[in-house]
Write a protein of this length. Structure first.
Length: 343
């Protein structure tokens, strides 16, 4: 047989009272005491259930960041329930105050970031203009010295132009980072043949790679070598990575390769730069993409640089819809892999 549902509380109370009328005096007293307790419990629940529901609704509101919700403290409610209500009200006030402070701090940080980006963009522009003039006049003077066969004096001009171009590149890195942080860097996708791009990069870096005593190998194993991306930004990413590989590798080898991969079921192109350089310590791998970060101070003094190249490369990869990863072994070499959507 199917069990019957328990009767409502009113029916149970009435059943207890009827049983008390038929029971012995001792049992009747016990039944009436039970009936009184049940009646008191009903009254207690009638007083506290609405406020418990209000407490639950307020907790739910806090989870939705509505910290201005308040609970009424009632005289006829249980002391524990009232204490919970007072505690929740105090917590809501504190959370509301903290949230307002966080919002104000966020707004101040955003304003400071915008001001910093605007300052960097303006000062970078003002610095590039005289630097370009210095480089231009140095080239004119060098040509005149070569024509007058004063070759010995051109060495100082060569050093001047190298230093000026290096400073110009550093300023350009700062300007690019400021544009990225301000959201003002534009991406212009177009059809790019990766085989041609890798070949052009090899020809561009060939002289500097040979000057460092290194050998550069390129390989493209792609079913579809043409992808839609911004060629200038992709070239900037790879030049940064290849420049680092060449800087931290002396008398070794560097390989630049592209291959097809699947990432979470989506076709991607993986462009890897592998070197046999000094490598990166394991505890520095997570911070190598942070701005103004170097592997250590010794490397900074020996090899130079501001530590912006990899930061900009990672930001540019994200703008192109991809990402960049690194693996490395100290004194063995490093592998930087850029992955971009193939479709």
């Amino acid at each position: 047989m199917q069990a019957k549902a328990p009767p409502p509380e009113d029916d149970r109370l009435a059943a207890i009272l009827r049983a008390a009328e038929l029971a012995s005096p001792a049992d009747a007293a016990a039944l009436r005491a039970a009936a009184d307790e049940l009646s008191e419990l009903r009254q207690h629940r009638a007083r506290n259930d609405p406020q418990m529901a209000e407490l639950f609704e307020t907790i739910t509101a806090y989870a939705a960041l509505d910290y201005d919700r308040r609970i009424a403290v009632r005289e006829d409610s249980d002391d524990i329930v009232n204490a919970m209500a007072i505690g929740l009200n105090m917590m809501g006030e504190e959370l509301s105050h903290t949230m307002r402070a966080l919002v104000a701090a966020r707004d101040e940080a955003l304003a400071a970031s915008r001001a910093k980006s605007a300052f960097l963009a303006n000062i970078s522009h003002e610095l590039r203009t005289p630097l370009n003039a210095i480089i231009g006049y140095a080239e004119i003077i060098r040509e005149e010295l070569v024509e007058s066969e004063q070759i010995g004096l051109t060495l100082d001009l060569d050093r001047l132009m190298i230093a000026s171009r290096h400073l110009l590149n550093l300023i350009q890195d700062v300007l690019d980072l400021a544009r990225i942080e301000a959201g003002r860097l534009e991406v212009r996708p177009e059809a790019v043949d990766l085989r041609i791009l890798l070949s052009d990069l090899s020809a561009t870096l060939g002289p500097s790679v040979r000057a460092a005593g290194n050998v550069l190998h390129t390989e493209a194993s792609l079913a579809r070598p043409v992808i839609q991306t911004d060629p200038l930004r992709l070239q900037q990413i790879l030049l940064n990575i290849l420049g680092n590989a060449n800087k931290f590798t002396l008398g070794g080898s560097i390989s630049l390769s592209a291959r097809d991969e699947l990432l979470a079921g989506r076709p991607v192109v993986a462009i890897a730069v592998v070197d046999t350089g000094i490598g990166i310590p394991p505890d520095k791998l997570e911070t190598v993409f942070d701005a103004f970060t170097q592997v250590d101070n010794t490397a900074t003094r020996r090899f130079g640089g501001t530590g912006l190249g990899l930061t900009i490369s990672r930001r540019l990869c994200e703008l192109l819809g991809g990402g960049i990863a690194v693996t490395s072994r100290l004194n063995v070499g490093s592998t930087f892999t850029v992955r971009l959507p193939a479709d």
